[in-house]
Design a protein around this ligand. Structure first.
Ligand code: NAD
Length: 338
């Protein structure tokens, strides 16, 4: 807590619609009386020693506050910058990407019974970025899997399952083909499972998980899924689709020390500045943040208002959800239901 008795949280508004959806969060938090003071930081990348880096003031702010809420960042194309999202993950060692996926009333999809959690290893695997040309016309890309990285994300998955009352951890893998790399991930899970006798460990082959989940999401309700980077990237978007799309899906990037909560969608340049953006994903990400900070009563209050607004019909929801509301109208509706 700071001198005013409030918690200071770093706010990265982000690009495009980031400004509009961050404003919605700030307005709703002010109306709900959440004891948070936002510390806005600019993360426009700088080049330091020939590498893309985050400005020091932003790093200091996040290290000081330990918690940040982040809007989408547009990745500049062809300017020599690597993705800033990747840079943030590396800078703060954000090893686990957590994505709860739960059906929302009023946002109709093929299923109304989705309620699962996906945890993606966030630092290595297929996205290690180790690629080279062997001879012209032949390239090699290295999938790096290390036991320490497996251990920390799998242990986190078990702890997360315990904390939210889920009874099973499901490792999603392709150890049938990638016997050594995914094999190590799976073997590590079997070892870690011994530390958590009250949680059941299961495993499933990735393609089977995709098929089964889109056929019937019900069996995945008691489950926290955990998997290597690439599988998590793809499967998490599939899960988003099952609940109504990226405009509704929250996420948290968890590290040893720092956590950064963010919507999974991008900066939506096509609608930026028009007052049409749906702030729900960033809002729900901030609910994860509040619960992480043990401010559950505020999270429960705001979440109920969000869900009641989404269920209240097309006049109060945004266009991406087939409604007619502006960002401002939606925000006012949430505030009126607090
Ligand atoms: P996008 O998610 O920005 O947009 C895809 C489509 O979804 C667009 O039609 C957009 O209007 C719509 N959309 C997305 N979020 C919405 C919301 N909250 N409300 C209403 N509609 C929404 O994906 P893109 O166009 O591929 O990427 C645009 C930029 O965002 C790129 O520079 C990309 O690098 C960046 N990006 C950033 C992140 C991140 O910061 N985590 C994630 C993905 C993409």
């Amino acid at each position: 807590k700071n001198a005013n008795g409030k918690y200071t949280v770093t706010m990265i508004e982000g690009d495009g619609i980031g400004v509009e959806i961050s404003q919605a969060v700030k307005d709703i938090y002010a109306a709900a009386g959440v004891p948070i003071e936002w510390e806005p930081v600019d993360v426009t990348p700088i080049i330091k020693d020939g590498r893309t880096a985050i400005p020091d003031v932003a790093i200091e702010s996040i290290n000081r506050n330990l918690v940040a809420l982040k809007g989408p960042l547009a990745t500049p194309v062809g300017k020599g910058h690597v993705s800033l999202n990747l840079t943030l993950r590396r800078t703060f060692n954000l090893f686990a990407n957590v994505r709860p996926c739960k059906s929302i009333e009023g946002c109709a999809t093929a299923y109304d019974n989705v309620d699962t959690v996906l945890i993606r290893e966030n630092t290595e695997g297929e996205y290690s970025g180790i690629e080279h040309v062997v001879v012209p016309g032949v390239v090699q890309s290295i999938k790096l899997i290390t036991r320490p990285a497996c251990e920390r994300v799998i242990r986190y998955a078990f702890q997360y399952a315990q904390s939210i009352g889920k009874t099973r951890v499901l490792v999603v893998h392709k150890a049938s083909i990638m016997k050594m790399s995914d094999g190590l991930f799976l073997k590590t899970a079997q070892d870690i499972a011994k530390e958590f006798p009250d949680i059941k460990l299961e495993s499933e082959i990735l393609d089977n998980t995709c098929l089964r989940m889109v056929t019937d999401p019900e069996p995945y309700k008691p489950v926290v899924m955990v998997m290597p980077n690439l599988y998590g990237d793809i499967l998490s978007d599939m899960c988003s689709g099952l609940i109504g799309g990226l405009g509704l899906t929250p996420s948290g990037n968890m590290g040893d020390k720092v956590s950064i909560f963010e919507a999974v969608h991008g900066s939506a340049p096509d609608i930026a500045g028009k007052g049409l953006a749906n702030p729900t994903a960033l809002l729900l990400s901030s609910m994860m943040m509040l619960r992480h900070m043990k401010l559950n009563e505020y999270a429960d209050k705001i979440e109920s208002a969000i869900l009641a607004t989404l269920a209240s019909g097309p006049a109060n929801i945004t266009r991406d959800l087939k409604g007619t509301a502006s960002t401002k109208h939606y925000t006012e509706q949430v505030i009126s239901r607090l």
